[in-house]
Design a protein around this ligand. Structure first.
Ligand code: NAD
Length: 257
């Protein structure tokens, strides 16, 4: 336990189950004294999220928000404003692409699959940053999750890699827009972790094996390591950092081959 985030209200978007990276972030922030607000994708997930958040031992505000719907995003932040007022942070841990787009050649990506991956995985950051901005009257920190597949070609990551590239660029443009209000925005580029979203990627086991063999730390990373980095990015310790992509990947991304 520490008090780095005592008195801070932070919105966590993207908890689906106990393996979710968003849940790793939630635990680190909770242990640092933050008051957490959770958004979830559609009512079918509410029970899952409620069961998890009960384990924190405090009552958390849970709000429905499917990021493909403008009205959901608007309504979610209206509820958060009404119930909490000011927010100091937002964790965006949301991505989606159709399974059939995550195999074979990228050149075969469909128009619809491309648009869907961009909408949910990249545009949603813009939408939620815009909605959160008026609630961040005391400054703030936004953290999103990206992957190396946005910087380099990683087999089967395909359309999601291109969405992550757009997400990374959005982090820089949003950092410039929001910096004058002392709102910072950064991305954590996490190494591969077995989650629901990762299940959609073909040969995920061999990706994990490659990290164990080649990453400088010779191991994969887990949700708690991403969570603790998010804690740093939400805390005052990182006050000089914005528009950055921080790799939490056991060093894998520095390797040349
Ligand atoms: N698992 C990995 O190896 C890994 C590595 C790097 C980055 N990431 C990123 O981490 C983030 C979280 O993914 P995860 O691995 O924890 O998997 P996850 O499946 O637990 O989380 C993905 C979340 O996205 C949410 N989501 C999807 N469509 C949505 C919509 N329309 N509206 C609202 N929410 C929606 C899901 O409900 C789910 O909670 C994603 O951005 C993912 O790309 C994951």
């Amino acid at each position: 336990m520490n008090t780095l985030l005592q008195g801070k209200n932070i919105v966590i978007m993207g908890v689906a189950n106990h393996r979710s990276i968003a849940w790793g972030i939630a635990q680190s922030l909770h242990n640092a004294g933050a008051n957490l607000i959770f958004t979830y994708q559609g009512e079918r997930l509410r029970e899952n999220v409620a069961a998890l958040t009960e384990k924190l031992g405090v009552e958390s505000l849970l709000v429905n928000c499917d990021v493909t719907k403008d009205e959901d995003v608007e309504a979610a932040f209206a509820v958060i404003k009404e119930k909490v007022g000011v927010i100091h942070g937002l964790a965006h841990c949301i991505a989606f692409a159709k399974t059939e787009e995550l195999e074979g050649e990228y050149v075969n990506t469909s128009r619809e699959g491309y648009a869907l991956a961009q909408d949910i995985s990249a545009f949603s950051l813009v939408a939620v940053a815009r909605a959160a901005r008026p609630l961040m009257t005391e400054g703030g920190s936004i953290v999103t999750l990206t992957y190396l597949g946005g910087e380099r070609v990683i087999q089967n990551y395909n359309v999601m890699g291109v969405a992550k590239a757009a997400l990374d660029a959005s982090v820089r443009y949003l950092a410039n827009d929001l910096g004058k209000e002392n709102i910072r925005i950064n991305a954590i580029s996490a190494g591969p972790i077995r989650t629901l979203a990762a299940k959609g990627i073909r040969n995920f086991n061999s990706v994990l094996k490659e990290i164990e063999e080649k990453a400088p730390l010779r191991r994969t990373i887990d949700q708690s390591e991403v969570g603790d980095t998010a804690l740093f990015l939400f805390s005052n310790l990182s006050r000089g950092i914005t528009g950055e992509i921080l790799h939490v990947d056991a060093g894998y991304s520095i390797m040349g081959g």
